[in-house]
Design a protein around this ligand. Structure first.
Ligand code: HAM
Length: 417
């Protein structure tokens, strides 16, 4: 029996057209991140399950419903990474990088979540992200957000996104809110959805994020986090807002933004779009001051974000992609010129030019058609007379101008027309 030939639900092949967009997004992001002092890191695609399970929150959707977890042949429970932050935090501790703090790290690669697939939502998707580790000031949050903003702008997405922000406050404020929320929701326990009834005992904050309509009605009257914020948390958030204003970065305050992962403290933010239907978040993150300590490292206040590459690619216009400006087709107009054409094509490539040898059967007209299909904007023709005169016929397809030149002069002309 032949194997199944379709891809697994929620996965997709990144075919050349889409791959071009991925490459462009990675290149622009990495170049921009380097200007902010980021260095690149790659962590494994799978980790011991506890790396994710404890840190992202047992009650979070990601952990409770979406992880790809399996026991390997050695009996260890492993999980395909659903996101990058926990792996980077683990790597910081396991490699003794805490001595090098503060650090700004950039990463990219596939992530895995067993979500219901739809436009912009996949089970294997790709993220690029940054983590600013060992940075505790509100200005760091502004810097982190500014990097995301600059990348989206550099990708030509201005006008297609907005920045939403909220604060979850520090530990003291969060504990107070959690207690007040619990006391409020406890009175509605029987009316809450089954999921939220479980969350009530484990993490009532997650109920605020419930998609259940009845839960949402109950939540509307719940004590707000804002009313529980202590002075320290308010001041931190105000300073962040002032820093963003100083940088000219616009934002919207959204008290309902709580994010789906448990490790956040203080700032949370999302760059959202109205161009992708339900999957509005394109780049999101926040501060996670307690995560690294929780994983067994030293206290390391940190802030970061990740962006969904598929979602950015959906927003990216084709015209935005850089094109190879010079594509040279070498056309062999006589069988005797075959070797010369083969060698010339290689010489052009060694000069860092994009060249293709159009040989094989067919008349000149057919070969020109092939060159056109390949996207040539320059053509070099070698036939009998060129061989005799040791010249090349060079044609600039954008102007239609044709000249007879030596190889050196031809390359010079193409490089500097
Ligand atoms: P997240 O919001 O879960 O945060 O994911 C970040 C981005 O990944 C989202 O804004 C979205 O663009 C994309 N994304 C998430 N799930 C999918 C999916 N199923 N299909 C396609 N794209 C998706 C995090 O992952 C945190 N680690 C971000 C962070 C870094 N926080 C601090 N540092």
């Amino acid at each position: 029996m032949s194997p199944k030939v379709q891809p697994v639900r929620g996965t997709q092949d990144i075919l050349p057209e889409l791959a071009k967009k991925f490459r462009y997004i990675y290149d622009v992001s990495y170049a921009t991140a380097q200007n902010y002092g980021c260095e690149e890191i790659h962590t494994p695609i799978f980790e011991f399950s506890e790396v994710f399970h404890r840190t992202l929150g047992e009650t979070s959707d990601v952990v409770s419903k979406e992880t790809y977890t399996f026991t390997d042949r050695g009996g260890d429970s492993l999980t395909l990474r659903p996101e990058g932050t926990a792996g980077v935090a683990r790597a910081l501790i396991s490699n003794g990088l805490q001595q090098l703090l503060p650090l700004k790290l950039f990463y990219s690669g596939p992530m895995f979540r067993y979500e219901r697939p739809q436009k912009g939502r996949y089970r294997q998707f790709h993220q690029m992200g940054i983590e600013m580790l060992g940075y505790d000031s509100p200005e760091s949050d502004a810097e982190c957000i500014a990097l995301g903003h600059q990348i989206l702008t550099a990708l030509g997405l201005s006008g297609k996104f907005q920045l939403e922000m909220n604060t979850l406050g520090d530990n003291e404020s969060r504990t107070k809110h959690r207690q007040m929320l619990y006391e409020y929701l406890r009175d509605f326990k029987d009316q809450l959805s089954a999921d939220s009834q479980i969350r009530l005992e484990k993490n009532p904050l997650r109920i605020l994020d419930s998609k259940d309509v009845n839960d949402q009605k109950i939540v509307a009257g719940a004590p707000s986090l804002q009313s529980c914020l202590n002075d320290n948390s308010k001041e931190f958030f105000e300073k962040l807002q002032n820093s963003l204003k100083l940088l000219g970065i616009e934002f919207i305050l959204n008290n309902n933004l709580v994010r789906g992962l448990d490790y956040y403290t203080h700032t949370v933010f999302e760059f959202t779009t109205t161009h992708l239907g339900a999957q509005s978040a394109i780049l999101s993150g926040g501060r996670y001051d307690g995560l690294i300590e929780q994983m067994g490292g030293n206290s390391t206040p940190s802030v970061g974000w990740a962006a969904g590459i598929e979602r950015l690619a959906l927003l990216l216009a084709d015209e935005q992609l850089p094109k190879i400006s010079k594509r040279i087709a070498v056309i062999c107009a006589d069988d005797q010129a075959k070797e010369k054409c083969f060698k010339l094509t290689q010489d052009l490539r060694l000069q860092n030019l994009c060249a293709e040898n159009i040989s094989g059967g067919g008349n000149l007209g057919k070969k020109f058609k092939k060159a056109d299909k390949w996207g040539a904007n320059w053509v070099i023709i070698i036939g009998e007379s060129e061989l005799q005169n040791q010249t090349l016929t060079v044609k600039d397809l954008s102007t239609g101008q044709q000249q007879s030149l030596s190889q050196i002069d031809a390359i010079r002309l193409i490089q500097n027309p």
